[in-house]
Design a protein around this ligand. Sequence first.
Ligand SMILES: NC(=O)c1ccc[n+]([C@@H]2O[C@H](COP(=O)([O-])OP(=O)(O)OC[C@H]3O[C@@H](n4cnc5c(N)ncnc54)[C@H](O)[C@@H]3O)[C@@H](O)[C@H]2O)c1
Length: 346
Amino acid sequence: MILVTGGAGYIGSVLVPELVAIGERVRVVDTLWFGNPFPPHDRLDVVEGDLRHPDPAWLEDVDAIIHLAGLSNDPTADFAPELNSESNVYATRQLAELAAEKSRRTGKEIRYIFASTCSVYYAPTTADEANVTVMTEDMPIAPTANYSKTKRLAEVELLRIADQHPLFVPVLVRKGTIFGLAPRMRFDLVVNVFTLHAWKNRQLTVHGHGEAWRPLLHIRDASDAYIHLLSAPSEKIRGQAFNLLHKNYRVLELAHWVAEVIEQRYGVEVRVKRDRTGNAGARSYYVDGDKIKNTLGFSADRGVTEAVVSIWDALERGDFGLEPDKDPRFFNIRWLKETVMAGAPA
Ligand SMILES: NC(=O)c1ccc[n+]([C@@H]2O[C@H](COP(=O)([O-])OP(=O)(O)OC[C@H]3O[C@@H](n4cnc5c(N)ncnc54)[C@H](O)[C@@H]3O)[C@@H](O)[C@H]2O)c1
């Protein structure tokens, strides 16, 4: 049985059906902030639960954990720093301690695949546009933003627990920014929101200088990588960090590419507008993705074009309602403010 925490979120909503389709038994534990995207299935157990208060019963029959739960971007982490620390560090550690203890008791390995992020590579001091540093997994990192700092702290906790428990097998998956269509959709990720704005306004806006580099990853490649890691040899992955990306894009070039895809495919002209006020979009990091290819033979080959087309088609079909840009469910920060934390002190 595979435990997928946060499995009802954006990535989980693609990964979990894939796991079920290949014959796995899956338990999802999720606060279900965005609802339950799954139809019932006899190999799928969806538990509404908060990882901050873990129940050891969630680990019954479990031999691998894919840990996706937590706050999943900068704006939510900045808005609710305490919830961010509790969910992203404390909850990650508690679940790992339960899993490690189980591995000791049963004498069987437990794999703990952790959803980390390439944004751990960003620190204001590394954002030198003139000299792009290509970040590899073995470089020293010191993230400063709430979100990436807690992801890094969680990584450190997992490695510490692994030092004490030889059968506990953590692996740190530092994913680039995801794009692509999913049953539980997010429109607060760069390619997805560019496509939404192009569809809605025939215009998309690049905030900040637009020269920033970002590593990007198709949601189906993220899902495939998790599945790949479930069966990779333990000795190759235990305690390892892997960057996971298709490639690095400059945000401005990406905007033009999205516009180009739409123009070519649908004959719709999309204007790319620059908004140079503020420093939104200024975060820049350029990440090397070779280690996972060289070590495990996995490569994330899907590009942006297919994702733009499938999102556009879904928008045309009305899959996300008539005004998805106004629906807070698709934007984590709005959803957190308007529902999850409504009434709670910020
Ligand atoms: N989407 C990306 O671009 C991206 C990139 C790199 C890393 N990641 C990481 O991958 C993971 C999944 O991302 P996503 O885009 O699917 O995010 P998401 O926000 O769509 O999903 C997160 C899920 O976790 C659940 N959750 C939050 N706190 C919880 C708690 N305390 N207990 C139980 N469930 C809880 C939410 O209900 C939600 O379903 C996150 O850890 C994120 O940080 C995402």
